[in-house]
Design a protein around this ligand. Structure first.
Ligand code: CDP
Ligand code: CDP
Length: 223
């Protein structure tokens, strides 16, 4: 069967990475978390004391190292060179600046080129904001996942507490709504549903149900 390119887009905490990882596992596909790439750019900007609007300088530090995803016993980890940055990129100060960094043309141009290179052979699930509209406009399967802000904040809050990440539910609602707004209204590749993407509203849906729905769509495509 033909290895597919599956694009999963949607707002913060809609469940994109959770379902994308499961689908990649079930189909033996590569999973690429593009949000982690923008988060890495933001972490590097912070550590190097760069202005969060200085796209040129941020791309320079990105190019000075290697951003990689590695499969480990407890799941996928994100590395920049030899440092495991999986947890560091989820901290509140990164949430606060990532949408600004992700709005920079130089940063998007560079990271999109890395993302497109992953898709050359198919057999890929990629999640983000612009995968179906910009990174892979010809993806075999395009999904747009949504859920209410309340449910998304509650999901993220629970996840943060489990991972030991500082979390405040009311602050999360504000942060998620603010990031959605920035992502939807930015000039370059804003968060929007591709015309040919399938909308899946996951409010009240379990992870298993969402995975089953998307895998059903993929199987139809494969045939
Ligand atoms: O996991 P969560 O939904 O909180 O966010 P993420 O997927 O890790 O993405 C973090 C931020 O990166 C988003 O709020 C967007 O501003 C940006 N992003 C983007 O612009 N384009 C992508 N393809 C992926 C993420
Ligand atoms: O990648 P994205 O930001 O869209 O969301 P995520 O990190 O996959 O999901 C955020 C949290 O919601 C995770 O803790 C998931 O386990 C949870 N979740 C859920 O409870 N029900 C769903 N249908 C999907 C995700």
């Amino acid at each position: 069967m033909k290895p597919l390119v599956v694009a999963i887009d949607g707002p913060a905490s809609a469940g994109k990475s959770t379902v994308a990882k499961q689908i990649a596992k079930d189909f033996n596909y590569i999973y690429v978390d593009t949000g982690a790439m923008y988060r890495c750019a933001t972490l590097l900007a912070e550590r190097n004391h760069l202005a969060f609007n200085d796209g040129k300088a941020i791309v320079e530090v990105l190019k000075n190292g290697n951003l990689t995803f590695r499969q480990e016993a407890d799941g996928q980890h994100v590395y920049f060179d030899d440092e495991d940055i999986t947890l560091a990129i989820r901290m509140p100060e990164i949430n606060a600046h990532v949408s600004e960094v992700a709005s920079l043309e130089e940063v998007r141009h560079y990271l999109v080129s890395l993302q497109q290179a992953y898709g050359e052979k198919g057999g890929l699930v990629m999640d983000g904001r612009d995968i179906g509209t910009c990174v892979f406009p010809n993806a075999d399967v395009k999904i747009f996942l949504v859920a209410s802000v309340e449910e998304r904040a509650e999901r993220r809050h629970k996840e943060n507490l489990e991972k030991g990440i500082p979390s405040d539910l009311e602050q999360l609602k504000v942060d998620i709504a603010r990031r959605d707004h920035l992502d939807e209204t930015r000039e370059i590749s804003p968060l929007t549903k591709a015309k040919d993407a399938i909308l899946v509203d996951t409010t009240g849906m379990s992870i298993e149900d969402v995975v089953a729905k998307i895998e059903g769509i993929m199987k139809e495509k494969e045939e």
